[in-house]
Design a protein around this ligand. Sequence first.
Ligand code: 0GY
Length: 302
Amino acid sequence: MNFEMTPGWLPFHPNPSPPRFRLPAGSVDAHCHVFGPGNIFPYAATRKYTPCDASRQQLFALRDRLGFERNVIVQATCHGTDNSALMDALRHSEGRARGVASVSRSVSDRELLAMHEAGVRATRFNFVRRLVDFTPKDELMEIAARIAPLGWHVVVYFEAIDLPELWDFFTGLPTVVVVDHMGRPDVGKPADGPEFDLFMRLMREHPNVWSKVSCPERLSVSGPPALAGEQRAYRDVVPFAQRLVSEFPDRVLWGTDWPHPNLKDHMPDDGLLVDFIPHIAPTADAQQQLLVENPMQLYWQA
Ligand code: 0GY
């Protein structure tokens, strides 16, 4: 099958620099994807973009290059609810990858069990309008009730502006809820302003809510480092992530977001992204929790 990339698509960095920051032993890249390859795992008819292929082999090579031990691979919307590429990656990971799948209400118990055996531990609900069509909340709640007995959790992706409307749904979920990319704050607003305070309140009042402190490259307005290793890379994102790491050290996760779908103005060097970590998690203890203990607790307990 011939899948033509969305015009203007930025492919992932071909040759990321080795990070200066040495990741703790056993670190987990807790948010990354595989795309296709489209000739083996076709992209979904419902997709809103067609990416460049990003295979499991390429993901595992990046893992080794950056110094991670494990991956949590998140089903991307370009594959819809066909989790074949994800399952194939999990099955070839030698136990070093877990998965977050996307399922519809028609999924059978047998399919759920097969996913669990392959290493899936969560399902993802996406509310970002440019990525997915609307799914009624009662359908999503029905799915949450089906996956909860497996010990899975729910990963949610939404934009900060939509949090007030989604609040009751999120707080009614029966599982751990992991929020992608800090709930996508508008980092042009203050980190201690009302919009991000609402997200902090969600986490404070609901101990089952976790957050990925990922994607500075996606959220930043100030932009990437002008020079490799420059201290001020993505500086406008730092106070948001720092606030979460310091108040909720045992409920934060970090991931590269490789291969970085839908970026418009630059493609990050993944090595420099790893160098961002000590700016948001400055102590060895915080780094150990963020990169090792928290993801291991959530994804590798069973
Ligand atoms: C991300 C972010 C994006 C895309 C997806 O599933 C997806 O297509 O998550 C995005 O475009 O913001 O986490 O990969």
